[in-house]
Ligand binder design. Structure first.
Ligand SMILES: [Mn+2]
Length: 400
């Protein structure tokens, strides 16, 4: 894989030299180069996360790495995985991006297709034998729907969700103050030895994907933090704006429209809360639940929306969206559903959004789907009503 983008001013050295051994590599373009910047804590000096990131790559030099996308691939997880693949390429790291769940959102399908991003969906018989390491982006847990060969170990884990304090990889970088995982990867590019060069098609492709990831995870920068803005400023002149526009203005799929319509019909409003159970949803249409929640949140007077359904006949899957200043989606969802027998929470979130997934397990065998849905809906609504009742925020004004 030929890498045309430039490793700063010394195109040859990026692979051979340990980045932390190199001084600031860039001259004119980057005044804020901080490969020599250290985090000062007390009298001890720690390497910056950027340096640690690149020295971890150095450890994996010329190895094959599996970049795993957990859950439904979204712009942030796709683009940050692409960023790893790109940067890793400078260290001779061959990587495959593997996902388990369908790419279900029109926008994500467009991102992958228009940018020609190579994603591999897991199938039985996938050959793991050549991969030594694993990389996880936009998540903090490394459990997967399948059992991986023991020889593979997690190398890098980068995320921006609430810190769960699980250090499952050699290098872990979790920044709650970032609106996206893409912004963290962009920081590695801004501060580190691997740069993006205008005019290089690979660089433009990555910059466009990263910009889309940041834009998408920060609700068009409304929820962006400093790191997201800095990243966007760096990516701005590299981004293919026409392409970005095409990717981000994808039409809403007919299925999502149907789910949104069902949500509108079934909605129950309690005070500033809106709940909607949408019944059975196919696995590949799962994103329609989240998009319906996004849409319903725009209703006047509503602060929090929960849309849920039975997905793939396997889970009760739900999305929460909120504009409330007091509701913490992560805590709220964890309080509601607790943890599984293995101690894993059934859901979580960050700032303005969250989600949950409750296994139906043996109940999925129920032949009477209407009955199964009644039980699911009734149970979930009971849990929600009890929760908001305790908060004494309940004002009955149920709509028809
Ligand atoms: Mn994200």
């Amino acid at each position: 894989m030929a890498k045309k983008a430039v490793v700063s001013k010394e195109p040859e050295v990026g692979i051979q030299l340990h980045p932390s051994l190199k001084g600031p590599l860039n001259g004119s373009k980057k005044n804020n180069n901080s490969s020599d910047k250290k985090e000062q804590i007390g009298t001890r000096t720690f390497k910056s996360k950027m340096e640690e990131f690149y020295s971890t790559l150095k450890k994996a030099e010329n190895q094959s790495v599996l970049v795993v996308i957990k859950g439904y691939p979204d712009p942030d997880s796709i683009a940050s995985s692409l960023a790893f693949q790109f940067i890793g390429g400078f260290y001779g790291i061959e990587s495959t991006i593997l996902h388990f769940d369908e790419i279900s959102h029109q926008e994500n399908k467009a991102l992958v297709k228009k940018l020609g991003i190579e994603l591999v969906q897991y199938e039985d018989g996938f050959d793991f034998s050549s991969y030594k390491y694993l990389v996880f982006n936009d998540t903090q847990t490394t459990d997967l729907p399948i059992v991986l060969p023991k020889e593979m170990s997690p190398l890098i884990l980068v995320d921006h969700h609430k810190n769960l304090d699980v250090k499952e990889a050699i290098f872990t970088d979790i920044r709650e103050n970032s609106g996206s995982t893409c912004a963290i990867y962009t920081e590695y590019l801004i501060q580190g030895p691997v740069n993006l060069e205008a005019g290089d098609s690979e660089a433009v492709r990555l910059a466009t994907a990263l910009m889309h990831g940041i834009r998408s995870d920060t609700d068009n920068f409304i929820l962006a933090n400093e790191i997201d803005f800095l990243a966007a400023a760096y990516l701005g002149h590299l981004t293919d704006r026409d392409l970005l526009s095409i990717i981000s203005h994808q039409s809403i799929s007919a299925k999502t429209m149907d789910i949104t319509q069902t949500a509108l019909e079934k909605k129950v409003i309690k005070g500033t809360y809106l709940f909607a159970g949408v019944g059975f949803v196919r696995e590949e249409d799962r994103d329609g639940i989240a998009q319906a929640a996004d849409y319903l949140l725009r209703r006047e007077g509503i602060e929090t929306v929960i849309v849920f359904g039975v997905v793939g006949n396997r889970y009760i899957d739900g999305s929460l969206r909120t504009t409330s200043h007091t509701l913490d989606p992560d805590k709220w969802i964890k309080d509601l559903f607790g943890v599984s027998e293995e101690g894993k929470p059934y859901g979580g979130g960050r700032r303005d959004k969250g989600g949950f997934q409750l296994p139906l397990s043996v109940f999925s065998r129920c032949k009477d789907k209407d009955l199964l849905w009644k039980v699911a809906e009734h149970t979930i609504e009971d849990i929600f009503y009890k929760k908001i009742g305790i908060n004494r925020e309940l004002e009955d004004e149920q709509e028809t």
